[in-house]
Design a binder for this molecule. Structure first.
Ligand SMILES: [Zn+2]
Length: 150
């Protein structure tokens, strides 16, 4: 590998007005990028990729410091640009959701994740007027990754 790597820069890009929140799971990252670029036509976006994706924005009672930091990052991105789209992606077999630290789950993980995405979407609409979050659920199966609109 050369000591210096150079990429061609698109000098016309400033802020995109698009914020994406998804899990940092390396199994899904390349497919999330492909879905955003080829599926939704989104080339440039602000990204928050953390374990569990948007889950950290739901933890205001259980882990309030997580929630505070998450909403602070989100607010920062909204202050930086006029955000028109927020894209939230959850995925199947998420190891963050499987972690026992979140206690007993009386419902299937997918249902839990979708409820969390919907709760975050409601909160985003409350905090940031005029933004309509888009929700997707990714699943890897039989050599394909599908992104279902919710
Ligand atoms: Zn995950």
């Amino acid at each position: 590998m050369p000591a210096t790597y150079r990429a061609l820069a698109d000098t016309f890009v400033t802020e995109s007005g698009i914020v994406v929140v998804h899990c940092s799971d390396p199994r899904y990252q390349p497919y999330c990028q492909e879905f955003l670029q080829k599926g939704l036509g989104v080339k440039h976006y602000s990204l928050i990729a953390v374990p569990g994706g948007a889950h950290f924005l739901t933890l205001s009672e259980y882990l309030p410091k997580f929630s505070w930091a998450g909403w602070r990052w989100t607010k920062f991105l909204f202050e930086l640009q006029k955000v028109t789209r927020v894209i939230l992606i959850a995925h199947d077999d998420c190891r963050w959701y499987q972690d026992l630290r979140f206690g007993f789950r009386p419902r299937p993980m997918r249902e839990h994740q979708i409820e969390d995405l919907q709760a975050v979407a409601r909160e985003i609409r409350t905090r940031f007027a005029g933004v309509r979050p888009e929700l997707y659920y990714a699943k890897m199966d039989a050599g394909q990754v599908t992104f279902e609109a919710l």
